[in-house]
Design a protein around this ligand. Structure first.
Ligand SMILES: C[S@@+](CC[C@H](N)C(=O)[O-])C[C@H]1O[C@@H](n2cnc3c(N)ncnc32)[C@H](O)[C@@H]1O
Length: 251
């Protein structure tokens, strides 16, 4: 019996932003492993099995999915956004590296998806039009000191920064500290975009200057994009402003 494991991302939440490739993989899957709310985004047939788990259980979920595939099932592992950005594809690789030899022989496919920062950037205009980076503010899997060092380095280097996992009940102060660090090297006028649940019915979207950026505007469903010194705002009557980073810098 030869199983298959496909790792997909649903996109940021709007079904139109799930790729046709991911949709085909969902139609072909037999068992679906993922965080419950992500599995809820799928319309599965009665013959397709849901295997939901908590969002902190990534490695045990990865092992369970690999085990099911190695027993012959056609397995689909589901992330939100893109499966390789702060998501399950890396957890599956970690599990394979430390797991039994048989897992290395499995047919494994990672399908790209629309990651949150791209949906937020598109909503804003083109803030990622020049060099940028993505940082998760979660200190569950790395020390906070490392996050502070990275924030200082990338803001001094002039990169636009997309912050994932900006805040949660267990991590209430990190975003305010990140803004404080960024104000040390960036002008207070630098645009900060708070894109919450972008593409979903409960979307919220606001652009404020760094000097007024308040962590209360963010929650777990928010991706925060902080511009560089080059990032510009074009005001438009009766509409959200356009935020963009020109294609060139330092010329
Ligand atoms: C664990 S990460 C998963 C990222 C996902 N794999 C991706 O590529 O978008 C969860 C974080 O993604 C961001 N996020 C996910 N969906 C979002 C959306 N629709 N709008 C804004 N941010 C979103 C938030 O920062 C959230 O805390």
């Amino acid at each position: 019996m030869s199983g298959k494991l496909v790792i997909i991302g649903t996109g940021p939440g709007n079904p139109d932003q799930t790729t046709p490739q991911a949709r085909d993989a969902i139609a072909a899957g037999e068992q679906f492993f993922g965080y419950g709310p992500y599995l809820d985004r799928l319309s599965l047939r009665p013959d397709q099995r849901r295997m939901p788990s908590d969002n902190r259980e990534e490695i045990s979920r990865a092992r369970a999915a690999l085990d099911a595939a190695s027993k012959g099932a056609s397995v689909c592992v589901v992330s939100g956004g893109d499966p390789g950005v702060f998501a399950m594809a890396a957890a599956i690789c970690e599990a394979i590296e430390t797991g039994p030899e048989t897992w290395r022989r499995l047919e494994l496919v990672v399908l790209p998806g629309v990651t949150a920062m791209l949906a937020v950037a598109a909503r804003a205009g083109a803030p990622l039009g020049h060099d940028f980076c993505a940082i998760s503010l979660s200190d569950n899997l790395k020390p906070w000191e490392l996050i502070e060092r990275r924030l200082r380095a990338v803001s001094e280097a002039g990169l636009v920064i997309a912050l994932y996992n900006p805040i949660s009940g267990a991590r209430p102060w990190q975003l305010a500290t990140a803004f404080k660090i960024l104000r040390e090297s960036l002008p207070v006028t630098t645009p900060v975009i708070f894109g919450r649940a972008v593409g979903r019915p409960d979307e919220d979207f606001v652009v404020v200057p760094l000097g007024e950026a308040d962590q209360q505007r963010a929650d777990m469903a928010t991706c925060v994009i902080i511009g560089s010194a080059e990032t510009r705002i074009i005001d438009r009557p009766g509409m959200d402003p356009l935020v963009y980073s020109p294609r060139g810098a330092g010329l």
